[in-house]
Design a protein around this ligand. Structure first.
Ligand SMILES: N[C@@H](CCC(=O)N[C@@H](CS)C(=O)NCC(=O)O)C(=O)O
Length: 214
């Protein structure tokens, strides 16, 4: 069985958990506590030279980068599709997803925050930094999705929803203002009634259950 190396609060791991669940693919979880720098342990670096999660260990070897993993899954398990039969719509789905995966997330990850702290920025400056990039990306994302259907691009979840939900989770952690993002909040509410999204929720992961005090 495949092993997903992740961390409950990692939004890139969260993307892959949603995609695996939507595709109905069973896997085992191996967790790495990013708060305690487990990403730098030689065992993980051997799997991913970028010292980050997720890594999906397949019987053909490890796969890294959440978007590459999900594209591989889409090719291996085509149904239900996270893209569209129409190549133009697929390009739009990928574009929205990349706003989050390429334009927002890389500016917001733990290694970037550590670097900013190391350069002397305080927590309030970090919060401004996070809010700025998330608001900018999510405002753009909101104009790029379809206004029809329950999900970002119609009546079934797509790669755009797979990226959006973890990003909104991260934005809530940082107490971002959601007042201009009502359409995205509505998509989020509908996604979070779907079993695949519920099972992938950070608080439903084994390492969260171990970490969150009861
Ligand atoms: N582009 C990568 C990003 C992976 C990434 O940044 N993962 C974060 C968690 S969401 C991580 O492991 N961070 C560790 C660190 O920044 O030190 C992907 O999509 O897989």
């Amino acid at each position: 069985m495949m092993i997903l190396h992740g961390y409950w609060r990692s939004s890139a791991s969260y993307r892959v958990r949603i995609a695996l669940a939507l595709k109905g693919v069973a896997y085992k979880s191996r967790t790495w506590d990013l708060r305690h720098n487990a990403q730098y342990s030689p065992d993980l670096v051997a799997l991913n030279p970028m010292s980050s999660v997720p890594v999906l260990q397949t019987d053909q070897g490890p796969l890294t980068q959440s978007m590459a993993i999900i594209e591989w899954l889409e090719a291996e398990v085509p149904e239900p599709s996270l893209l569209s039969d129409d190549p133009l719509i697929s390009a739009r789905i990928r574009a929205a997803a990349q706003v989050i995966a390429s334009d927002v997330h890389p500016l917001n990850n733990l290694a970037v925050l550590k670097k900013l702290r190391g350069m002397g920025h305080d927590e309030s400056q970090l919060s401004d930094w996070m809010h700025h990039w998330m608001q900018r990306g999510l405002a753009a994302f909101q104009t790029m999705i379809s206004d029809k259907g329950d999900f970002c691009f119609g009546d079934s979840p797509s790669l755009a929803d797979v990226c959006l939900i973890p990003q909104l989770y991260n934005a809530r952690r940082w107490e971002m203002d959601f007042s201009s993002l009502e359409p995205l909040v509505a998509v989020e509410a509908r996604c979070l009634t779907h079993p695949a999204f519920i099972g992938a929720l950070p608080e439903n992961q084994i390492d969260a259950i171990e970490e969150i005090p009861t």
